[in-house]
Design a protein around this ligand. Structure first.
Ligand SMILES: [Zn+2]
Length: 110
């Protein structure tokens, strides 16, 4: 594993972890993409539902990031958790928290 790649990945993981912590702490507003399209009557329920969904997604993402950071500490970073093969560099550069190689990932989606 290229130390430069690991270092870059660690930095992006830590940045992302910090962002999610702020979001979960309520210090950063969630982006509200379709706010304008909503009617006033429907907005209260769906705002909180969507807030909940976003929270769950962020928590899931945070767990992935924590997992990647702990694999980094145990020297397993960049290895597929399913088949043990190294994950492609391009995939790690795009998704530092990826825990499976592209082969296993696409096999699971089928
Ligand atoms: Zn794999």
């Amino acid at each position: 594993m290229d130390p430069k790649l690991v270092e870059d990945a660690r930095q992006s993981l830590e940045t992302e972890r910090e962002r999610i912590r702020l979001v979960l702490a309520g210090e950063v507003e969630h982006p509200r993409v379709d706010h304008v399209a909503q009617t006033a009557a429907a907005s209260e329920v769906s705002e909180s539902q969507r807030g909940q969904q976003l929270r769950e997604r962020e928590e899931l993402h945070l767990a992935l990031i924590e997992g990647a950071l702990s694999r980094m500490d145990s020297g397993l970073f960049g290895l597929c958790q399913n088949c043990g093969q190294p994950i492609a560099r391009e995939r790690l550069e795009a998704l530092a928290w990826a825990q499976d190689c592209i082969g296993c990932h696409s096999a699971r989606r089928r």
